[in-house]
Structure formats: structure tokens, C-alpha cells
Design a protein around this ligand. Structure first.
Ligand code: SAH
Ligand code: SF4
Length: 449
């Protein structure tokens, strides 16, 4: 069968789709050129906000109308359970985020409709996969989440936190490197908690009593020791995990990119406490200061929610001022969406939609200006850029990312086209809020790592 997977949501979903693809290929199916060309189309869904869920469900509805064999996978399946078939009566099958290992069997058996919510982890679905010629890979190090932030449905749909044994992760990274991967991104909802919960730890892998302090930096060290791995990224982080040991890892292992995605959610202590985020504004800003004291160019990006129940103008202004003080390099702003079963869903969703929209626009405009200012500081520096390919907008230009995950675009001299996956040095000539422009630099003494 020719299949196509359409993915919504976060990097974990991107990785899960890669795993499902690899499992289907191993079972003898073939990747289609696109949706129109496919006999089987699977939609990988997100449910973190209601709109995200509606998009995925709507997409499946359209595919059913086109009479394709259709499957739905991912977080929305776990949230909807049996209701998925009342919403989509003609859906062929639905699998939860921990059941993707079952997809090939479900397709082979052909007994539709079928729902698999999947409570247990399946190792075959945990392993990373890259396509032939791929140079970047997502590697799951921690699944699920036990934090239970008041607004968040992730723990309900992705289950309890579980850290994969370090040995398994390192073996996987070795095999990725042997297939030409030079950049890995280690994934976990709260990835710095790595090693804090795993019923199967043996003595060697046991987390230190200090919890946050040891296990993740040790994992970074182990991954950095794999020959061929030139860049290590990871996401998402929590300020409590920004320990001295983590900084030491940045310092000792140049492969570890100086970028941290550190979702803050709000700048108001009152809102942070209601959300159950377990840090104050002051603690969050101290963590950012620590990173920037270490390296002023350290890139820090974030997620923010506007319009949390009871968020006042003063709370919102606290978020604005925190974002200014933190000097984020990039920020994703989300309008609060109540999710069934979460603690905050019991509170009145009392910030009007128009006000959520206004707050969203204000923060985005602030970030646009801030992004420009932060990027202007980099004009005249040389960035080490991992080549991703020709620029989407202008094919005579090339595009890649620096260690801070900033998009860098440069003109390519004729006859000297770089190789995808290589690291080149680009001297920055122009800054924009989301992009740096430059030219290939022959210099050896750059300022980036
Ligand atoms: N594990 C990550 C976040 C995963 S969800 C972390 O805690 O760092 C990704 C983002 O979606 C969150 O950071 C949050 O900003 C947003 N989000 C989660 N639940 C939401 C909700 N109910 N309404 C609006 N945004 C939400
Ligand atoms: Fe959701 Fe909080 Fe867990 Fe992130 S840490 S996935 S926001 S519960």
C-alpha cells in the first residue's frame, strides 16, 4: 500500500510520525509522493488546544470524503477515546500516542473500525528513524509527563513520565551517526527531569539523589562522546534544571548547542503559582541570567499563554515586562484554551476572545522588535551554520541554522554549492527579526560554537 502521514503538533508528533513511517516501510508498504497519491492516509493529531484538535479532526473528515483508507493517531485519539467514532463515523482506525507500534498490524488485519489507546510503551515505536540522506534526527529520551500544570492535557494523553535507559539512547545515537546523522535533538516534555523516574534503572544508570543535577548532563556527555555527532539540541527545559552541572556540560562539550527552549507561560507570580509551574518570575529570570552570563549570545526561546483564567491587565503587563527582561530570541504565544479534565478547566474561561487576541498581538509585536534588536547584535559576527538546503524563498540562496537555532541565509557563489549537513561559516551582514543574512566567510576565528 502507498501511504502518507499528515502531522500536526509538536516535535514529539513529528518523531512519532517518523517512527510510524519506518514501521510501515518495514512491513512492506511504500511512502507516497503525497496525499493524493496514497491509498492510506494517517493524520497525527494534537490536542493541546481545542483548535489544534479541530484541525486534525477536520482534516480526517476531508480524507474520508475522498474515500481513502484513513487512520487517526496521536494525542487527540487518547483524549477522545470511543468518541472518536461518533465524531468520525467512517474513520477506519485510531491509535493513541503509545500505541503507534500497532499500526502495521492493524493495517494488515484490516478489521475496521478499530481503536487502540495503548497504555504500555512499545520499544519498537520508541526508536528514532531517519530517511536515507537525513542528517538530523529526533531522539526520544523521556516520554510522558508527571508535572500536571493546571492547564495542560499532555499528562492525560501521553501518560506517566518514563526515561529511557542511557545505554539504549547512546546505542541509538551511535547507529544514527553511522547512517550519517550529525545533529540530534533529544526530546522530552520536561527533558531536564531525565532520569528522575524510571522503574527499570539499574545501578549504573541510577539517578543521583540530587535529581536534576546529574542524570541529564551525564547523558549529554555520553551523547557528545559519539563520533560523528557535531550538534546536540534538546527540548523542552524547566528553569529548575538550569543547574551548574548543565552549564558545565555546555562548557565542556562544544557539540551541545547554546540554545534553550525554556517555556515561561506567564510573568505573573500569581498566575505561575495557579498554573503549578513550580518557579517564580525571579527564579525564571535568574536562570536566564545564568545562561547569558555564561555566554551573552546564548539563545533563549519560550512559550507563553495569554488569557489564562483570571489573568488581569496587571498580570499581562508582568508577562510583557518579563519577556523584555529575559530578552527572548524567539517566542511562541498561545491563547488559553480550556482542556477537559485539567484543573484549570474547572475555572471560568473569563478573558474574552477579543482580549486574548489583543494580548497575543501585543506580545508578537514586542517580540518582532526584540528579535530584530537581538539579531542586530550579531551583525559582523561569524556563525557556524549547519547547511539545511536551498532557501525556500530564493533558490539562489542557501539556508541553515546556527548553534542558537537562528535561521541563517547566504548567497551561494556559483560552483561552490555547499553540502547539506555540512557546517559552514557565515559572516552576518544583515539582521531581521526571524532571520540573519550573510556571506560565506573564509575566516577561521568565529565567535560561535
Ligand atoms: N512540556 C512543555 C510544553 C508542552 S505543550 C513544557 O512544559 O515546557 C506546548 C505549549 O503549549 C506549552 O508550553 C504551552 O505554552 C501551550 N499550552 C499547553 N496547554 C495549553 C492550553 N490549555 N491552552 C493554551 N496553550 C497551551
Ligand atoms: Fe504540560 Fe506542564 Fe508537562 Fe509541559 S510540564 S507537558 S506544560 S504538564
Amino acid at each position: 500500500m502507498k501511504f502518507h502521514i499528515h502531522t500536526y503538533g509538536c516535535q514529539m508528533n513529528v518523531r512519532d510520525s517518523e517512527a510510524a513511517e519506518a514501521l510501515l516501510v518495514a512491513a512492506g508498504h511504500e511512502k507516497a509522493a503525497g496525499e493524493d497519491d496514497a491509498d492510506l492516509v494517517i493524520v497525527n493529531s494534537c490536542t493541546v488546544r481545542q483548535k489544534a484538535e479541530e484541525k486534525a479532526v477536520g482534516k480526517v473528515g476531508n480524507l474520508i470524503a475522498a474515500k481513502k483508507l484513513t487512520g487517526l493517531m496521536g494525542c487527540a485519539v487518547k483524549r477522545l477515546g470511543e468518541d472518536v467514532f461518533s465524531k468520525l463515523p467512517k474513520l477506519d482506525f485510531a491509535v493513541g500516542p503509545r500505541a503507534i507500534g500497532l499500526i502495521p498490524r492493524i493495517v494488515a488485519e484490516g478489521r475496521f473500525p478499530r481503536l487502540e489507546l495503548g497504555e504500555d510503551l512499545m520499544p519498537e515505536a520508541l526508536a528514532a528513524h531517519v530517511e536515507e540522506g537525513g542528517f538530523q534526527a529526533f531522539v526520544t529520551v523521556l516520554v510522558g509527563c508527571d508535572n500536571r500544570c493546571s492547564y495542560c492535557i499532555v499528562p492525560d494523553v501521553r501518560g506517566h513520565e518514563y526515561s529511557r535507559p542511557a545505554r539504549e539512547i547512546v546505542a541509538e545515537v551511535r547507529s544514527l551517526a553511522a547512517h550519517g546523522v550529525s545533529e540530534v535533538c533529544l526530546l522530552g516534555q520536561s527533558v531536564l527531569r531525565y532520569g528522575m523516574r524510571n522503574p527499570a534503572w539499574d545501578e549504573r544508570d541510577a539517578p543521583s539523589p540530587g535529581g536534576y543535577t546529574e542524570a541529564f548532563p551525564r547523558l549529554l556527555e555520553a551523547v557528545a562522546s559519539v563520533p560523528g555527532i557535531r550538534r546536540i539540541r534538546f527540548t523542552s527545559a524547566h528553569p529548575k534544571g538550569c543547574t551548574d552541572e548543565l552549564l558545565r556540560a555546555y562548557c565542556e562539550f562544544p557539540q551541545v548547542c547554546r540554545h534553550l527552549h525554556l517555556p515561561v507561560q506567564s510573568g505573573s507570580d500569581r498566575v505561575l503559582s495557579e498554573m503549578g509551574r513550580r518557579y517564580t518570575r525571579g527564579e525564571y529570570l535568574a536562570a536566564v541570567r545564568k545562561l547569558r552570563d555564561f555566554d551573552p549570545e546564548f539563545a533563549v526561546t519560550t512559550d507563553v499563554i495569554v488569557g489564562y483564567p483570571g489573568e488581569t491587565d496587571a498580570d499581562f503587563e508582568d508577562t510583557r515586562s518579563l519577556m523584555e527582561e529575559a530578552g527572548f530570541d524567539n517566542a511562541f504565544v498561545f491563547k488559553y484554551s480550556p482542556r477537559p479534565g485539567t484543573r484549570s478547566a474547572l475555572l471560568e474561561d473569563d478573558v474574552p476572545t477579543a482580549e486574548k487576541e489583543r494580548r497575543d498581538q501585543v506580545l508578537l509585536a514586542d517580540q518582532e522588535r526584540r528579535g530584530q534588536e537581538r539579531n542586530e547584535r550579531l551583525v559582523g559576527t561569524v556563525r557556524e551554520v549547519l547547511v539545511e538546503g536551498p532557501s525556500k524563498r530564493n533558490k539562489s540562496r542557501w539556508s541553515g541554522r546556527d548553534g542558537g537555532n537562528r535561521i541563517v541565509v547566504w548567497d551561494c557563489d556559483e560552483g561552490s554549492s555547499p553540502k547539506i549537513g555540512d557546517i559552514v561559516r557565515v559572516s552576518i551582514t544583515e539582521a531581521h527579526p526571524q532571520i540573519l543574512l550573510g556571506k560565506i566567510s573564509p575566516l577561521r576565528n568565529g565567535t560561535d560554537f
